[in-house]
Design a protein around this ligand. Structure first.
Ligand code: NDP
Length: 452
């Protein structure tokens, strides 16, 4: 294998592909970083000499385990559990757990790889990790979800700790699952500490953690707009998803005067031409967080909402200034990107992780659409998780205003780093900015810590 110093980007990509077969999502995430970072390090021998980029693409540790559990009828099931501890150059491993039938090693490696850079941008001392299972909580009873979480934690607890690896939620892991996971950890370890973030407010959680990713996304968008001397006021905004990130992105966008036109779930999407109101949002939150129902039910409840079944919101032909994909990876493809641009799109920011395919990103970059990549734009969640860890360490509980102020400050700072590194004449390439700013931090720490 050639040394990194003499490698071309093509050889490097081929090497990563060959050593990670059948992992398309992971390769996609590496490619996005490599396209920007490879040219950046070409004239910097210190990075090349110690193969920093190559070492960054190999996880420190991957743990895969069986998760047996019993359903309410007494039938025994088994799922796969995972924890990918990718890089700890900047601090203990940190990243969410995802419970969804699509979960596999490729998806978790992409998510944990992204998490390294995202955590670096927050400025908090956190490494990158991600984990989860191909278990789908949807349609399961509370008792089944509890038994699954207990079985999952019966293995995971050996590998985590408040100074080692601190998981959190993600798709399919909300406050209910965090509660069951934490309860089992506490029982097995006989320790009450901040080993998981996203905890309930009465037992070690932070104010604004549920809101953090969605609010943070909108704070980031507001910063992007401000550089163009614009604001969210009266902007037409398309949002996908109706889970944690989407709900609070809608809430903050409405507060800042935007007209939010849509929301979706994996069955279909809703459109409200006049813009969703706080009344619509309250109904959506109740539907999703309490009844665990389908988004189509909102169209039954409100005359001014239409529902389209079995389709993506990105296929809707509707004029919009801003798009915020907040559902899942690769939800927005090339044709949909073209259609958004044709319908007046000016800015896109990723609430979800890697929601745009590479072909879609090329369209947005070609047309100079302002593009906020997920590793920067959706970092508000992990930022407030970091604040939850600080509160736990000092036995403190901060008020909402203090947490919100810190969140705003962190998102402003992330934006500033991306802007500085990505500004090119009148346009800002936030993908370039985010990747270089984050890489410099992680690579600097790796160099300082030697070949470990
Ligand atoms: P939730 O589980 O709360 O919500 C996910 C939403 O996306 C649901 O509306 C879900 O619909 C929809 N969805 C999931 N899979 C698909 C699919 N294949 N096609 C269409 N829609 C789909 O998750 P979150 O809101 O927490 O996470 C959303 C995204 O944001 C993920 O990419 C996550 O990694 C990312 N993220 C989350 C953070 C957080 O703090 N929660 C932090 C940073 C990033 P349905 O209910 O039908 O499944």
């Amino acid at each position: 294998m050639p040394k990194t110093t003499s490698e071309t980007i093509h050889e490097f990509t081929a090497h990563v592909k060959q050593t990670n077969p059948n992992e398309p999502e992971f390769l996609q995430a590496v490619k996005e970083v490599t396209e920007v970072v490879f040219p950046f390090i070409q004239d910097k021998p210190e990075y090349e000499k110690s193969s920093v980029l190559k070492r960054l693409t190999v996880p420190d540790r991957v743990i895969i385990f069986a998760v047996p559990w019993v359903d309410d009828d007494g039938t025994v099931h088994v799922n796969k559990g995972y924890r990918v501890q990718f890089n700890s150059a900047l601090g203990p491993y940190k990243g969410g757990l995802r419970f969804h039938s699509s979960v596999n090693l490729s998806i978790l490696k992409f998510l944990s790889f992204e998490q390294i850079f995202k955590n670096a941008l927050t400025g908090l001392p956190l490494g990158g990790a991600k984990g989860g299972s191909d278990f789908n909580p949807s349609g399961k009873s509370d008792a089944e979800v509890m038994r699954f979480c207990q079985s999952f934690m019966s293995e995971l607890y050996r590998h985590i700790g408040h100074e080692k690896d601190i998981p959190a939620g993600d798709i399919g892991v909300g406050s209910r699952e965090i509660g069951y996971l934490f309860g089992q950890y506490k029982r097995l370890q006989n320790e009450f500490n901040g080993v998981i973030t996203g905890k309930g407010l009465d037992w070690g959680g932070s104010e604004l953690r549920p809101e953090a990713t969605g609010y943070g996304l909108i704070y980031f968008v507001a910063e992007m707009l401000q550089k163009k001397e614009e604001s969210l006021d009266d902007k037409r905004v398309l949002i996908s998803g109706s889970g944690n990130v989407a709900q609070y992105a809608i809430e903050k966008a409405l507060e800042l005067g935007a007209r939010v036109l849509s929301a979706s779930d994996s069955s279909g999407y809703i459109i409200c031409e006049d813009g969703l109101s706080s009344k619509h949002l309250a109904a959506l939150m109740k539907l999703k967080n309490e009844k665990r129902g389908r988004i189509s039910e909102l169209a039954d409840e409100f005359d001014d909402i239409t529902y389209t079944d079995n389709a993506s919101v990105w296929s809707a032909t509707i004029e919009a200034d801003i798009a915020l994909p907040c559902a899942t990876q690769n939800e927005l493809d090339e044709d949909q990107a073209k259609s958004l641009v044709k319908n007046g799109l000016k800015l896109l920011a990723e609430g979800a992780n890697m929601p745009c395919t590479q072909e879609a990103i090329h369209i947005f970059r070609k047309d100079k659409i302002l593009f906020g990549p997920g590793k920067a734009a959706n970092a508000g969640g992990v930022a407030v998780s970091g604040l939850e860890m600080s509160q736990n360490a000092y036995n403190q509980s901060w008020g909402k205003e203090k947490v919100d102020e810190q969140l705003k400050k962190i998102m402003k700072n992330i934006h500033e780093q991306c802007y500085r590194q990505g500004k090119d004449g009148n346009h800002t390439d936030y993908i370039k900015g985010a990747n270089i700013a984050a890489f410099k931090k992680v690579a600097g720490a790796m160099l300082a810590q030697g070949i470990v």
